[in-house]
Design a protein around this ligand. Structure first.
Ligand code: F6P
Length: 327
């Protein structure tokens, strides 16, 4: 293990995700285990630029494992996109003696970390924390499992009321440009159709699925729409269906930030714990400019350039079974 690394800075950045606290805890405790000092950088790159840095010890992260959000807070920083902004941030890290970084966040976070590495060669590892599950190089990102479970619970609740009124519901879920939350909450929630950006589905095909005029025997129809849908969001699709037919009684529910809050599932807590330890161990073993990932249950490290230009593909099996089961 590399003893040149003595002080590790950890921060969360971009959209918060349930399980980020579990990851912070794992990083801090792994640092304590390996006798390295650990510092929390508040509000992501914003706090790095402002020098908002606090010392963290094993006891500072007690009782956060089960909490949603992030105790280190998070932000999206425009200034960090500039060389000058990164230089300010680097100076603050140097002043604190921080000689390695662990970032917890999504693609924007990893991009920022990579730019800092290019400019100053500061050893750094990213932990994927985003509900979107949109990063190649890992089967799962922290927060995705919790967010998908929340979406499934919401879909189940909507089904009760949809069924009582024989209604058609469009339910919009988050995911930015990724359809992961949509496809899996749609399968688990028994959606009649799932609209995701990864699949070329036309409005006509979607309309045909509804079976206007009682052509299907369904007494309710739930359509799950990923927010990144290429054929329109839930409101747009609902309006289009309404303008074509008065057969359906249509409602729209946009789940929004509900999906980002609350206590992480066991899966996200364990994933975050494994990734936090792997990030510290990776740094100490000399890994840098990489993201920790889990592939087929094994921890892996992926170089920035190997994964950032790739989409995290949704397997064709999921798409196939979604179609078979919505009949
Ligand atoms: O990346 C996580 C995410 O929740 C996306 O699913 C969503 O598009 C976006 O963040 C929302 O961002 P904000 O919280 O800034 O509105």
């Amino acid at each position: 293990m590399d003893n040149k690394i003595s002080r590790i800075g950890v921060f969360t950045s971009g959209g918060d995700a349930p399980g980020m606290n579990a990851a912070i805890r794992a990083v801090v405790r792994a640092c304590a285990y390996y006798k390295k000092e650990c510092f929390g950088i508040m509000r992501g790159y914003e706090g790095m630029i402002e020098g908002d840095i606090v010392k963290l010890g094993a006891r500072s992260v007690g009782n956060i494992l089960q909490r949603g959000g992030t105790i280190l807070k998070t932000a999206r920083s425009e200034e960090f996109r500039t060389e000058e902004g990164r230089a300010k941030a680097f100076k603050n890290l140097k002043d604190e003696g921080i000689n390695a970084l662990i970032a917890i966040g999504g693609d924007g976070t990893f991009t920022g970390l990579h730019k800092l590495y290019e400019q100053f060669q500061l050893p750094s590892v990213c932990i994927p924390g985003t509900i979107d599950n949109d990063l190649a190089g890992t089967d799962y990102t922290i927060g995705y499992d919790t967010a998908t479970n929340i979406a499934v619970e919401a879909i189940d609740r909507i089904r009760d009321t949809a069924l009582s009124h024989n209604r058609l519901f469009f339910i919009e879920v988050m995911g930015r440009n990724s359809g992961y939350i949509a496809i899996n909450s749609g399968i688990a929630g028994g959606a009649a159709a799932i609209v995701i950006p990864e699949e070329d589905l036309t409005f006509e095909q979607l309309y045909a699925v509804l079976g206007e005029g009682g052509k299907t025997s369904k007494s309710s129809n739930l359509i799950v729409v990923a927010e990144g849908s290429k054929i329109g969001d839930a409101h747009t699709l609902a309006k289009q269906v309404a303008s074509r037919s008065n057969y359906f009684d249509i409602k729209v529910t946009v789940l929004g930030h509900l999906q980002r809050g609350g206590s992480p599932t066991y899966f996200d807590r364990v994933l975050a714990s494994r990734m936090g330890v792997a990030a510290v161990e990776g740094l100490l073993a000399g890994k840098t400019d990489v993201m920790v990932g889990v592939n087929d249950k094994k921890m892996v490290y992926n170089a920035f350039n190997d994964i950032m230009n790739r989409h995290h593909v949704i397997d064709s099996e999921s798409l196939r079974i979604a179609k078979i089961l919505s009949i």
